[in-house]
Design a protein around this ligand. Structure first.
Ligand code: PMV
Length: 325
């Protein structure tokens, strides 16, 4: 009753921003991301049979508070899905992210946890069930169970059984694609995604327009990924990031995740394109932009990020599926 799984984080090209069900973590709209290699989180779950509290260790530290509660909740869901007596669990998780990657590790962490916990409980691999379970930890984790390009289908059911990540193209479809995370700020963001999206749904007058547009953009993006058309994919990613942040700016109180250096990098992308460098940005709920480019322009783009004060540049490419062992 012990298993280890490794999963990668992901960056959304069409973002998830807003829940229609807070408890089940069901989104208002579908989203589409690229799973990122080589960064990964590795998690071991062992069910010990007996009674008592679960032991949760993350990056060498015993977890407490809400961090621990989210893991314990997910382990509880696995226990409720089997007749086997699993008992209390010991969970140990470690990420290989550079400390300053600026990428949320929660997507990789909950995907690895979901795969490890189900496998330890005796379930056969089932990416749909794993994605649904990972989703309960963090919405974006539903897109990290599989590699390459993954769509998280919004679904329509109230119980969430049709809301899971589904691979559209494997990582091998587009090996030349590069995603560079520019670490322009190390500060903890003031408003976590979970709270930011709730405020946006409840108070931004633009929210319904955002949800409708994002759903349409997921469908628009797929043929461009199929053709590996970086210019068209980049243009949709930029537009979608601006629209997510615009709906957040319009919340009450307003939410602005950009720092001056973020805007400088974003504006530089447009300048570079005029000079023939193929580079586009996307931005999650934080100040560190992720730049989409090709293998050919990677070195140039990394240099420009550094010139704009990025203390560290994390170079990623499409990554693979979550794996056991
Ligand atoms: O899954 P969460 O709660 O970490 O929210 C993710 C939200 C964004 O990163 C901003 C967008 C996305 O789709 O990943």
């Amino acid at each position: 009753m012990k298993a280890t799984a490794t999963a990668h984080p992901n960056i959304a090209l069409v973002k998830y921003w807003g829940k229609r069900d807070e408890r089940l973590i069901l989104p208002h709209q579908s989203s589409l991301s690229v799973t990122l290699g080589p960064l990964s989180v590795t998690t071991t779950v062992e069910f010990l049979g007996g009674d008592g509290h679960d032991e949760v260790t993350i990056n060498g530290k015993v977890a407490a508070g809400s961090e621990r509660a989210r893991v314990v909740e997910l382990l509880g869901l696995v226990r409720s899905q089997t007749k086997r007596r699993l008992g209390r669990a010991k969970m140990v998780s470690k990420g290989d992210f550079p400390a300053a990657a600026g990428l949320a590790s929660s997507a990789a962490a909950f995907a690895a946890l979901a795969v490890a916990a189900r496998t330890a409980a005796g379930f056969a691999r089932d990416t749909q069930a794993e994605s649904i379970l990972a989703r309960r930890g963090s919405g974006s984790a539903s897109r990290s169970v599989q590699g390459g390009f993954v769509r998280w289908n919004r679904g329509t059911r109230a119980d969430g059984r049709d809301s899971f990540g589904e691979q559209l193209f494997a990582a091998s479809h587009w090996p030349e694609l590069r995603l560079l995370v520019g670490m322009v700020s190390r500060e903890e963001k003031e408003v976590k995604s979970r709270d930011g999206m709730r405020t946006t749904v409840e108070t931004s007058p633009y929210y319904p327009a955002w949800a409708k547009d994002a759903e349409a953009e997921v469908a628009n993006l797929i043929p461009f990924i199929r053709r590996r058309d970086l210019e068209a994919v980049g243009a949709i990613a930029e537009k979608n990031a601006w629209r997510m942040h615009s709906t957040a700016f319009a919340a009450d109180p307003p939410l602005c995740y950009l720092k001056p250096a973020t805007l400088a990098v974003i504006q530089t992308c447009a300048e570079l394109r005029k000079k023939g460098v193929g580079v586009w940005f996307t931005l999650d709920a934080g100040p560190n932009p992720v730049l989409l480019t090709s293998k050919t322009d990677e070195a140039k783009v990394a240099k420009v990020l550094q010139q704009h004060g990025a203390r560290e540049v994390v170079r990623c490419r499409p990554g693979g599926d979550a794996e056991v062992g």
